[in-house]
Design a protein around this ligand. Structure first.
Ligand code: NAD
Ligand code: UDP
Length: 319
């Protein structure tokens, strides 16, 4: 039986990846320090013999007994409000944490896939973003702690590939959404859905002309799965190229949730990228992957997930 270590296992993407690899018959070892994650996301797996969980901070030395075939390094705060609150931990998990996991991959002879991000393109001057684009990041801006940690993560991963012959994979994930996001994590989808469910106005930052392209979690997991099993070691974009402005997206949410909320405008956060859309030619040609779940279907599933929250939980999540 193949054994896989998944860091960030109690988080949004990590927990869905645990489910996927359990379903594929793997022995899954989850690791998380729960700084932004929640054990509720994986509690259904605790009864399985094929699942183990380590409560551990990956910036400290990582030890896992036994053999390992694969490592997925997904531990890192991912939402702007999270990494602005814990900037040093964000830099450390992308740098020291990645170093520890690459070292573990080397001693175990395991293949490692690291979760990079569209944020490495910063506020992009090339549109849509191809993997060849070097990016436009403000190193000392508030988002720099995340963007530069992820850029360093890619560099050290390539260095381990080149100098230590470690089998590495790099996925550049574009905005992904779905069940198990935290209602209060500040990202636009849980923010808007939470506001609609609580009967509050929707907060659009700036004039809402900035764009994003949202990928449903099942599509993202499929892309990551194919990349891990492929023989392609260079970075690859996984995301849904269906781009929309944040203002139009707010209007869509109002329609979807059949709420009669107003849209209110707040200041655009510093260095908030003005446009973002993946060029997925490489994922299509190399992995035979493309997204299948459209925004209306994916948003409906996500909305139904959040609708199950009780009124008390919804109010508790207010920020
Ligand atoms: P998340 O916050 O839900 O999950 C991250 C998990 O990592 C949490 O469970 C957290 O407790 C854990 N973690 C953080 N620091 C840790 C540490 N030092 N040691 C152990 N565990 C630690 O976020 P997510 O959306 O699931 O993102 C997962 C990964 O995917 C991140 O690396 C993120 O950068 C990347 N990513 C996500 C998106 C997206 O749209 N969701 C986009 C680009 C990249
Ligand atoms: N955003 C917004 N209102 C909110 C939360 C976010 O208008 O309540 C905007 C944010 O400024 C950004 C976009 O939505 O332009 C996506 O933000 P998110 O935090 O989800 O992801 P990221 O900026 O990392 O792509």
């Amino acid at each position: 039986m193949k054994r896989i270590l998944i860091t960030g296992a109690a988080g949004f993407l990590g927990s869905h990846l645990c489910d996927r690899f359990i379903a594929e018959g793997y022995h899954v070892i989850g690791m998380d320090n729960l700084i932004t994650g929640d054990l509720k996301n994986i509690e259904h797996l605790f009864k399985l013999d094929r699942f183990e969980f380590y409560h551990h901070d990956v910036t400290k030395f990582v030890h896992v007994p036994g053999e390992l075939d694969y490592i997925l390094h997904f531990a890192s705060p991912a939402s702007p409000i999270d990494y602005l609150k814990i900037p040093i931990q964000t830099l450390k998990v992308g740098s020291l944490g990645t170093h520890n996991l690459l070292g573990l991959a080397r001693v175990k002879g395991a293949r490692i896939l690291i979760a990079s991000t569209s944020e490495i393109y910063g506020d992009p001057l090339v549109h849509p973003q191809t993997e060849e684009y070097y990016g436009n990041v403000n190193t000392i801006g508030p988002r720099g702690v995340y963007d530069e940690a992820k850029r360093f993560q890619e560099s050290i991963t390539m260095a381990y590939h080149t100098f230590h012959n470690v089998e590495t994979r790099i996925v550049r994930i574009f905005n992904t959404y779905g069940p198990r996001m935290r209602l209060n994590d500040g990202r636009v989808i849980p923010a808007f859905i939470g506001q609609a469910l609580r009967g509050e106005d929707l907060t659009v930052f700036g004039d809402g002309s900035q764009t994003r392209s949202f990928c449903y979690v099942d599509d993202q997991v499929e892309g990551i799965y194919r990349l891990l099993l492929s023989d392609y070691h260079l970075p690859i974009n996984i995301g849904n190229p269906d781009e929309i402005s944040i203002l139009d997206f707010a209007r869509e949410i109002i329609k979807l949730t059949k709420s009669d909320q107003e849209i209110i405008f707040k200041d655009l956060p510093i260095n908030d990228p003005l446009q973002r859309c993946p060029d997925i030619t490489k994922a299509q040609t190399i992995l035979g992957w493309q997204p299948k779940v459209g925004r209306s279907e994916g948003m409906m599933k996500t909305f139904e997930y959040f609708q199950k929250f009780s009124d008390t939980e919804l109010l508790k999540e207010e920020h």
